[in-house]
Ligand binder design. Structure first.
Ligand code: G4P
Length: 540
């Protein structure tokens, strides 16, 4: 069957999409780079807009206040802009490790990633974790080694570290000339040109010297001090590193590497140009029953994130949907596969740096926002009727557990509703014990509890305290059939709970219990992850 569209304008629109996320360890320069990319795309006019958002000068909602206090980015969003005939969807990922679950989900919605590394620090913990997720899906990665305007580590050593620690082959595209106070620019290994750096000049003045090749005498005249080591380094790099191979990049095996300084807007344009030239257009996705091609005419997509209070004036929740195929307009009749409900999405939103606009048409590759009053869950598949179920949106077993205790006991119902909503949104995992009682809350990081506590008070008006609970591990229970599941439940009544979608979960007070239970019930799988939208026992 040929699912490809004969709708040429649609195909053209889809092919010019580039959807990617920037990943980095906190402080490597992700926010700064995002801002420079948006400036190039004309999406913002003023430097400082994104940083201001981050530092709190810009946003004033209660929700953002948590971000301000912490100085970290806990909300992630998407920004769309045009650049050189392409439509870029740039997804922001929260950098703090407590929010890695959220970050993982964002990475399921992109076709490529841009990895920022602080040249003074090299590969850091969070970069390793994020890269592991990218590797699971063979996401193509472009690397930007940032902060060359500072005293940093030897570039050869940095490449070695990326290759050995992250297990990805490096293909340098530019090569730095000096660093810190004596940073002179980069030599473009593919174009054989020298890009001159002058602090504060930015991209408007970043001059490309009239150089033809590394042996050009112009280099000797302009860079008398640097030219000798530069030549030997370039010779070494060309000899030792493998040349850039587009196919290897697309397979996620090789990463083209750029050096620069985000804050000085140096090397950023080359990066953006490489994204549009090399990053793949919207890729096929595993739709559960079959592979979905982006160019298929019928609309399909999945919800990968739900975010509260993006706009203090609206106090609403937004479900973020990655479109996987076809086109979505306000007229498209959409089916939510989980509930079989049909509806139109009258006001799909598209996000610029700090504003949202209502969209007339979105196509495969785009990420849109939909107002959510609780009807969407993470992992929901939307189609024009076909019963697909997009795969690969993970839930991770939480590692920290708490129980919420109300300050006002009369608000039990409100608390349960609030926790249900926060659970569906993925802010925290909520487990209802089969024997009743207050739910157990699970998180990957401590900060999640603090955010949830803040939101319970600020958004739902139910102040609650968090108390320790005697749970150390949670595992999703997968039984070969209903009978086996019932027996397992009967044998472990006090340790059984249900997650937000009603899936059975085993809560263990120690790893020893977990291990013993595994040994005693060999037919029962105790899983550390589950897919969003996956019903573990439907039809079992
Ligand atoms: P993040 O989103 O990855 O956490 O990093 P962010 O962009 O906030 O950058 C972290 C710090 O690194 C910031 O300094 C930023 O100005 C600085 N930075 C980013 N790119 C470069 C660069 O190319 N060269 C140099 N020298 N510094 C860079 P800060 O002091 O934490 O914040 P701020 O006071 O500058 O806002």
């Amino acid at each position: 069957m040929n699912f490809r569209t004969s709708d040429q304008p649609l195909a053209r629109e889809i092919r010019r999409r580039r959807t990617f996320a920037i990943i980095s360890h906190p402080d490597a320069g992700k926010t700064t780079l995002t801002e420079k990319l948006l400036l190039f795309g004309g999406a913002i006019q003023l430097a400082g807009t994104v940083k201001a958002r981050k530092s709190g000068r810009f946003a004033a909602s209660d929700w953002m206040a948590v971000e301000q206090q912490r100085g970290i980015s806990v909300s992630s969003s998407v920004m769309q802009f045009e650049y050189q005939g392409h439509v870029i969807n740039l997804l922001d990922t929260p950098g703090h490790q407590d929010f890695s679950e959220d970050t993982y989900r964002v990475l399921t919605a992109v076709d490529a990633a841009l990895m920022v590394i602080d040249a003074a620090k090299g590969v850091e913990a969070q970069t390793i974790r994020l890269l592991e997720v990218c590797r699971l899906r063979n996401t193509p990665i472009i690397t930007f080694i940032n902060k060359l305007d500072r005293e940093v580590r030897d570039p050869v050593e940095l490449l070695d570290e990326i290759e050995s620690v992250l297990n990805i082959r490096c293909a340098p595209i530019t090569w730095p000339v000096g660093m810190g106070k004596s940073f002179r620019g980069v030599f473009h290994l593919l174009h054989d040109e020298m890009h001159r750096f002058r602090p504060g000049e930015g991209h408007h003045h970043a001059k490309v010297e009239a150089v033809k090749g590394i042996d050009d005498p112009v280099l000797d005249a302009h860079y008398p001090m640097e030219v000798v080591p530069l030549r030997s380094e370039v010779e070494l790099v060309r000899g030792a590193c493998e040349p850039f191979e587009h196919a290897a990049y697309l397979r996620g095996e090789q990463s083209p590497v750029f050096f620069g300084s985000a804050i000085n807007n140096f090397g950023v344009r080359e990066l953006l140009q490489s994204v549009i030239a090399w990053a793949p257009p919207p890729q096929p996705r595993n739709g559960g029953v079959r592979q979905i091609e982006a160019l298929e005419p019928a609309f399909s997509g999945f919800v990968f994130k739900i975010q509260a209070n993006m706009d203090p004036r609206h106090r609403d929740r937004i479900a973020f949907l990655r479109i996987c195929s076809g086109r979505l307009t306000p007229e498209t009749r959409v089916t939510q596969v989980r509930t079989a409900r049909q509806f139109k999405i009258p006001h799909p939103l598209i996000f610029m740096a700090n504003e949202r606009t209502v969209l007339e048409e979105a196509v495969a590759g785009d990420v849109i926002g939909i107002h959510n009053h609780g009807q969407f869950h993470i992992g929901d598949t939307l189609t024009e009727g076909e019963p697909l179920a997009f795969k690969g949106i993970p839930y991770f077993a939480p590692e920290l557990f708490m129980r919420a205790r109300l300050k006002d006991p009369l608000k039990a119902k409100q608390l349960n509703n609030a926790l249900k909503e926060l659970g569906e949104e993925g802010a925290i995992q909520v487990f209802q014990l089969s024997q009743g009682g207050p739910p157990v809350l699970g998180a990957v990081g401590q900060l999640q509890f603090e955010i949830v506590s803040h939101r319970l008070q600020a958004e739902y008006g139910v102040p609650a305290l968090f108390e320790p609970v005697n749970v150390r591990a949670a595992r999703w229970v997968r039984a070969p059939d209903r009978k086996a599941l019932r027996e397992f439940e009967k044998g472990n009544p006090a340790r059984l709970a249900a997650d937000v979608d009603g899936n059975p979960v085993f809560l263990a007070e120690s790893n020893a219990i977990l291990q013993l239970t595994g040994e005693r019930w060999p037919d029962i799988a105790l899983r550390e992850t589950r897919e969003h939208g996956e019903r573990l026992h439907d039809g079992a």
